[in-house]
Design a protein around this ligand. Structure first.
Ligand SMILES: Cc1cc2nc3c(=O)[nH]c(=O)nc-3n(C[C@H](O)[C@H](O)[C@H](O)COP(=O)(O)OP(=O)(O)OC[C@H]3O[C@@H](n4cnc5c(N)ncnc54)[C@H](O)[C@@H]3O)c2cc1C
Length: 641
């Protein structure tokens, strides 16, 4: 029997227009997608009433995001729906890629003893959103209007007037701040006269959800040029309740209209499952169409309108960074906008939001863009090198690393105007970097209890001191109290690690951690204090005596002058990996620039030059490897359950 998720329907909201002279609403969020709802929960946690306008009468239906990262699960926990979400998800840690019928990559994402959650889980975006709606319905500070579509905006210095289409006619609201989270086709963007800029990729994918009671494990499986569908790329993911997501690439010569008919989709999937020696029945539950885009607004902050999620930026789905990066937008925007709404910070703080999150989009594109060039190479050069990499990877696993999907990882904010400078050469986690959650023990009178760094720091700021004496602990506690007073009602937790906390004010307000590995993991030295922002990024690391400047810098939306935190590569690669990647990208571009009639000549000239720099034996070996790409390993269609 089908278990495909059918979202609940909601009646149209009937609400009155605001009376002239009535005080503007503090915040209206346009769009009850995952990002808009997360912003609303974050603001409500900080005591701010939020009105959400949603055009539809239900959460999204069908297949969109399915891969939710560890970092988003952490955000979900902070926003109050993590525990419910984790009840229905399917965790996974890695995947396999195949070229024709040979395995060419087996990757695993980090899953260490100290981790609190799996690196990735699968769940349908529909069910994810429904859990968030259920959480919102319990929150008296949030009003969600269904079937209320934004139709017009009028901007003043101190408010935005919103014209809303409802089932009962036009309504008008006024808001001091508007969060535009109305998705990739954002009407808010259009009304504000803004356009996305960037790259549209060529490849087109059919996406389908099937119900199939297969015992194959939950992992990412990709086949390039499989015998079942020569020339195509097929991706398979298991979701909860025996739903499988299958994405496959269309050839440029194929007609999308014909290929997205149900009979054509059934035929393709049947061929692939038959080839996997499937003898179980399956049903097609939903299907759609996708092409990759890497587009963003130049700025996300436009006076009183703040763009977030897909309304602000799009990334190709192959690095699973759309919803995941939208959750980061939401958490960052919630604490920064709350500080401004409460009058605790200058509006400059919202420029930091725009700068940080635009840079995060660039980081995501740098990663997802490379995955896209593998999954969906748009030009002759990239298709040729991708196929060559796959053929080489059959016998030389080092080439398989080039097709590692670089699944979503948390982005950093090293370039943010809020990020504090560091002394040159400082090692470990630097300001702007995400601080990973990890298991810790909390010291208590009769021993210690198990917890995690995130649980201890809660959903606000944390000031964490290392190796402090009693006076240091007292200074840290006082600085945390000052910060809390400056940012109220933002929570600020004082935490000391491996310390004598006896001087910390008697100390119910200081949590003492029994976590001997934490200082090493962060690269912290005795006497240092780390200030962690509500969104999990490190704001600064300073001697405990220098904490007093933190509140003032945040209020101004700046950081002290000093040497900037060094740039961080989007992906940490070994020297060899970096070299192979440079060769792949450089060769692809060069092939695309060469006259098509001269491609063979170009490759021979290139090989002659490079070959004459290599030793005789190395060159012979390279010729053998390039000639013989036939498999040596045993045939392995798919991993066994
Ligand atoms: C095939 C596919 C696979 C994907 N896989 C992944 C993945 O595995 N992992 C991942 O992280 N991301 C993935 N994504 C991306 C992810 O789906 C999006 O990034 C995510 O939905 C963005 O959330 P959002 O809240 O910004 O926008 P949306 O989810 O689009 O929500 C916008 C909301 O605004 C509402 N709205 C629209 N217009 C109006 C209006 N005029 N007035 C009021 N409301 C309006 C809409 O009804 C909707 O509810 C995938 C996307 C696709 C298409």
């Amino acid at each position: 029997m089908s278990t495909y998720y059918q979202p609940r329907k909601y009646p149209a909201s009937d609400f009155a227009s605001m009376q002239p002279g009535a005080e503007a609403l503090p915040v209206v969020v346009v769009g009850a997608g995952p990002v808009g709802m997360a912003v609303a929960l974050g603001l409500a946690q900080r005591g701010i009433p939020v009105t959400i306008l949603e055009a539809a009468d239900q959460v999204s239906f069908g297949s969109r995001a399915i891969c939710i990262s560890r970092h988003s699960l952490e955000a979900a926990a902070r926003l109050g729906f993590g525990a419910e979400l984790e009840k229905i998800v399917l965790p996974w840690v890695g995947g396999r890629s195949f070229y024709r019928d040979q395995q060419v990559l087996h990757f695993r994402m980090p899953q260490r003893e100290f981790d609190v959650r799996p690196p990735m889980i699968n769940v349908s975006q529909s069910e994810y959103e429904q859990i968030v709606v259920d959480t919102i319905e319990q929150n008296p500070l949030i009003t969600l209007h269904w079937q209320a579509s934004i139709a017009g905006i009028l901007r003043d210095d101190d408010q935005v007037t919103l014209e809303v289409d409802t089932a009962f006619g036009k309504r008008h609201l006024r808001a001091a701040w508007v969060v535009a989270a109305d998705g990739g086709r954002s009407r808010m963007r259009e009304l504000a006269g803004l356009r996305l800029e960037g790259t549209n990729y060529e490849g087109r994918y059919v996406i389908a959800d099937i119900h199939w009671e297969s015992e194959l494990p939950a992992e990412r499986m990709v086949w390039f040029d499989p015998p079942s569908n020569p020339g195509s790329t097929i991706i398979m993911h298991k979701q909860p309740k025996n739903i499988w997501r299958i994405d496959y690439q269309l050839d440029p010569s194929e007609d999308a209209e014909i290929e997205t008919r149900e009979d054509a989709i059934r035929a393709r999937i049947t061929k692939h499952l038959d080839w996997l020696q499937n003898d179980l029945p399956w049903t097609l539950e939903w299907h759609g169409f996708y092409s990759a885009r890497a587009l963003a607004l130049r700025e996300f902050t436009h006076d009183r309108i703040l763009f977030a999620g897909d309304a602000a930026h799009l990334v190709p789905i192959f690095g699973v960074r759309g919803l995941n990066s939208g959750m980061e937008d939401a958490e960052t925007l919630a604490w920064q906008l709350a500080a401004v709404v409460h009058g605790n910070a200058d509006r400059a703080l919202l420029q930091a939001y725009s700068i940080e999150r635009h840079d995060a989009w660039e980081q995501n594109v740098a990663n997802a863009g490379k995955s896209t060039l593998i999954m969906s190479p748009g030009t002759h050069g990239y298709r040729t090198t991708r196929d060559a990499v796959l053929a080489l990877a059959v016998n030389r696993p080092e080439f398989g690393e080039l097709i590692n999907p670089r699944q979503s990882s948390a982005t950093h904010a090293r370039l943010s105007p809020l990020t504090w400078p560091v002394a040159e050469g400082l090692a470990g986690v630097l300001p702007g970097d995400p601080v990973e959650d990890r298991r810790v023990r909390v010291a208590a009178a009769g021993g210690s209890t198990e917890s995690s760094l995130n649980a201890v720091r809660s959903n606000g700021f944390a000031v964490v001191g290392f190796g402090l004496d009693a006076a240091g602990s007292a200074a840290l506690s006082a600085a945390a109290a000052d910060l809390a007073a400056a940012l109220a009602p933002e929570s600020v937790r004082a935490v000391v690690v491996g310390a004598d906390s006896s001087g910390a004010d008697g100390s119910d307000d200081v949590t003492v951690l029994d976590a001997p590995d934490l200082a090493e993991a962060l690269g912290a030295t005795p006497g240092e204090a780390f200030v962690i922002r509500p969104d999990g990024l490190l704001l600064c690391r300073v001697p405990v005596g220098a904490l007093s400047g933190v509140a003032a810098a945040l209020r101004a939306g700046t950081a002290p002058e000093g040497p900037a935190v060094p740039a961080r590569p989007a992906q940490i690669l070994t020297e060899d990996e970096q070299r192979r990647e440079n060769v792949w990208l450089g060769l692809s571009d060069a092939l695309d620039q060469v006259d098509p009639s001269d491609r063979e000549g170009f490759l021979v000239r290139l090989a002659l030059q490079l070959g004459s720099q290599a030793g005789h034996r190395e060159f012979e070996e390279a010729i053998a490897a390039a000639t013989d790409t036939s498999p040596v390993s045993t045939r392995e269609l798919a991993p066994q359950a």
